[in-house]
Design a protein around this ligand. Structure first.
Ligand code: NAD
Length: 342
């Protein structure tokens, strides 16, 4: 049996997920949720989706009566994850939501509670938890293959908004520009920096206790009136390890470096869609290039099909941890002070 998935929000990343589902072993693209009627027509034809499994944002709650949908995958702007995760849970559907889980810790806590109350499982779309090169750096760090990791550098940045619309002037009402809108979950720390936080945490196998942070230069004041253009931050871990991280919408960067007592390991590209290139102080890191979306979906669906509990590192509690760290980083950048994470 395959798990029947409805994708909610049909933007860029939903397209990548749909391509992953097409080649997956354990799931099937059974439904869609979209606010754009033309997209409904296009996706219906392309993926052979029955009319009865197509919803818009108004009639979405009727999905509760649809036995042919097992799981909703929320791929909307991050500020809308909370509403649609809660509506999915109340409809009795298991739910995956994209990263970041939501835009505040209170929202994450509410999402976790509603999922628990409705007896549905919640996963966050942390695709790198299933990627072989990342599983290896996690092993190298956590099993201390080169001794204790003392220092990490992790950076991810894209000239995102230039790529989105190079020619048009800033238009915050333009849907493609939700990444400039604070309430919709904009800002590179939310969108990209989260990968640096995740990688530092899973390589060390520790939770940061304190952060310091600095906003970067704003080169485009029109575009970045609500959200940061760049931000750098440092995370201190209980072992004494430090992670120094950067994220930006103003420059391209995609790197990870870990320095340990008896060696080092690094990737570049490191956190994007790959293929990843890496080495340790001893040898090259060579792993098969996989379809990250297919692998992530298959692994999650396998667990759900067996009626088992999802592993801790992809659940809502994990999403909440990242949001608490993100909040602390913003606070540290705003105040110029070290912020302890509670
Ligand atoms: P996108 O802009 O391409 O798509 C967003 C979709 O939401 C569009 O179809 C848009 O029409 C729809 N939408 C509905 N209401 C909207 C509103 N009020 N304002 C703006 N758009 C609205 O964005 P995307 O890149 O597909 O990102 C969607 C989610 O996926 C985000 O949470 C993002 O962080 C996440 N994402 C994850 C990865 C990953 O590798 N895991 C990669 C890219 C994006």
């Amino acid at each position: 049996k395959k798990l029947n998935i409805a994708l909610c929000g049909l933007g860029n990343y939903a397209g990548m997920l749909a391509a992953g589902i097409e080649v997956s072993e354990y799931c099937n693209l059974a439904g869609i949720v979209t606010g754009t009627p033309e997209k409904a027509v296009k996706w219906k034809k392309q993926y052979n989706i029955p009319e009865k499994n197509i919803y818009n944002y108004q009639n979405f709650d009727e999905i509760a009566n649809n036995k042919d949908i097992d799981l909703v995958y929320v791929v909307l702007p991050s500020g809308l994850h909370k509403e649609f995760v809660i509506r999915s849970a109340k409809a009795g559907k298991n739910v995956i939501t994209e990263k970041p889980m939501a835009i505040s810790a209170a929202d994450c806590e509410e999402m976790i509670k509603v999922c628990n109350d409705n007896n549905v499982q919640l996963a966050i779309g942390y695709r790198l938890h299933y990627e072989p090169t990342h599983l290896e750096i996690k092993r190298l760090g956590q099993e201390k293959i080169f001794g204790q990791v003392r220092f990490i550098e992790a950076s991810l940045g894209y000239q995102t908004y230039d790529i989105l619309d190079k020619k048009t002037i800033v238009d915050k009402n333009n849907k493609s520009e939700w990444r400039l809108n604070k309430k919709l979950g904009g800002g590179p720390l939310m969108d990209l920096g989260i990968y640096c936080i995740q990688a530092s945490r899973y390589v060390l196998g520790e939770e940061p206790i304190a952060v310091t942070a600095q906003f970067g230069t704003v080169n485009n004041k029109d575009r970045f009136s609500e959200t940061e253009e760049s931000i750098s931050w440092q995370m201190e871990f209980p072992s004494g390890a430090v992670a120094n991280c950067n994220t930006s919408c103003g420059y391209n960067i995609d790197r990870f470096y870990a320095s340990a007592d008896e060696g080092s390991f690094e990737l570049s590209p490191a956190l994007s869609y790959g293929p990843f290139v890496g080495k340790t102080s001893e040898k090259e890191l060579k792993f098969p290039v996989i379809n990250q979306q297919k692998t992530q979906l298959d692994e999650i669906c396998k667990v759900l099909l067996e009626n088992k509990k999802l592993p801790n590192h992809i659940t809502g509690e994990e999403g909440l941890k990242d949001i608490k760290i993100i909040n602390a980083i913003y606070k540290a950048a705003q105040t110029g002070k070290k912020v302890f994470i509670v």
